[in-house]
Write a protein that binds this ligand. Structure first.
Ligand code: MN
Length: 340
């Protein structure tokens, strides 16, 4: 142990890696998978790949040119993008999307009223071929209907349709389980039946990872959601000797905690966790000065949310469910609720 100890970084095998050499490696690595796709699905794979790669290269070339920037198609990244896109498409994918795409058949599921359609889906409303629903207040649209208000979840109805069509695989069972679990608040709403549990049992028997679904939907909250709940709960107001509770979600609160639409889902459920509450009313400000009322009723059935909302002129989801109604002012609607 004579002399000084020399510390060095370990000898690295260096190689001049450029974007184009890395991209070329990726392309070479994808060739066997592409060859297998041609073997399995035929030569149309090659045509689809050519269209996809060609479009990507042209788009990059054109865009850079338009912006007066250097030509970068030589780095092969556009080729890789085109190749990956082609490989993730079904072999039957059209070479271009037809303008004004028209679906051949439209199915609506669990959308009780026309007013509940998303604006983007509104165009399909007059063309609904099949409506699947379980709301007592279902408006009766669609050329054909598959409606059973005795079902706690639309997923129960869809499960039976799937069973008629063939074996319900784990791949089909997982989204169906998510549908049944979320529609019943994880099997706790008052409309949950023995059949709901039997459908869930059949879905679990396919070996799905139901724990992750439940953890994701019922045991995980975003930080914005926690901040929303903290504020709402610190401002809740009781009426009718504590049998009713008012929750309010002004736009200002949503903005302050940075909450999105997803963070605000099903907030009315907060109302009925308070002991002794028969009816919870959540007022949510959608646009400045315009409030949506959601009613949530307790398990004792003293208040029927559907009936209340019919009185107020809105849609509903039956006892134990929630109902919606647009109000133009928050405080005058309080007097309406005192009559509940
Ligand atoms: Mn539903």
């Amino acid at each position: 142990m004579n002399g000084p100890t020399i510390h060095r970084t370990s000898p690295q095998i260096a190689q001049p890696a450029t974007i184009s050499s890395t991209m070329l490696d990726v392309i070479i690595a994808l060739v066997p998978a592409l060859a297998m796709a041609v073997f399995l699905f035929g030569v149309r794979v090659l045509a689809l790949t050519a269209v996809s790669v060609g479009t990507c290269v042209l788009a990059e070339y054109g865009y850079r040119r338009l912006r007066g920037q250097s030509n970068t198609i030589g780095d092969l990244s556009a080729c890789v993008t085109g190749l990956l896109l082609a490989m993730s498409l079904p072999v039957t994918a059209p070479y271009w999307a037809p303008e004004g795409y028209e679906p051949s058949f439209v199915v609506s599921v669990d959308i009780a009223a026309r007013s509940l359609f998303f604006p983007a889906a509104e165009a399909y409303f007059p063309r609904i071929g099949l409506a699947i629903d379980h709301h007592p207040s279902f408006e009766g649209f669609g050329a054909a209907q598959c409606v059973d208000s005795g079902r706690a979840a639309c997923g129960e109805i869809v499960y039976e349709i799937c069973r008629e069509l063939g074996e319900v695989t784990a791949e089909v069972a997982l989204p169906l389980y998510a549908a049944v679990a979320t529609d019943t608040g994880c099997f706790v709403y008052a409309n949950t039946t023995a059949n709901t549990h039997m459908v869930a049992a059949a879905l679990l028997a396919t070996g799905i990872d139901y724990f992750s679904v439940n953890k994701r939907h019922f045991r995980t909250k975003t930080r914005a959601r926690i901040a929303l709940e903290a504020d709402i709960l610190s401002h809740l107001e009781f009426f009718h000797e504590g049998r009713g509770v008012f929750l309010a979600v002004p736009i200002a609160l949503m903005e302050r905690v940075g909450a999105t639409e997803n963070d605000a889902e099903d907030l009315s459920a907060l109302a009925t966790v308070v002991e002794g509450v028969d009816c919870g009313a959540l007022l949510r400000e959608l646009e400045p000065g315009q409030w949506k009322l959601s009613l949530r009723t307790g398990a004792n059935g003293r208040v029927n949310a559907t009936k209340v909302c019919r009185l107020l002129g809105g849609g509903g989801q039956g006892a134990g469910g929630k109902s919606r109604q647009l109000f133009h002012e928050m405080y005058t609607s309080r007097s309406i609720l005192h009559t509940v």
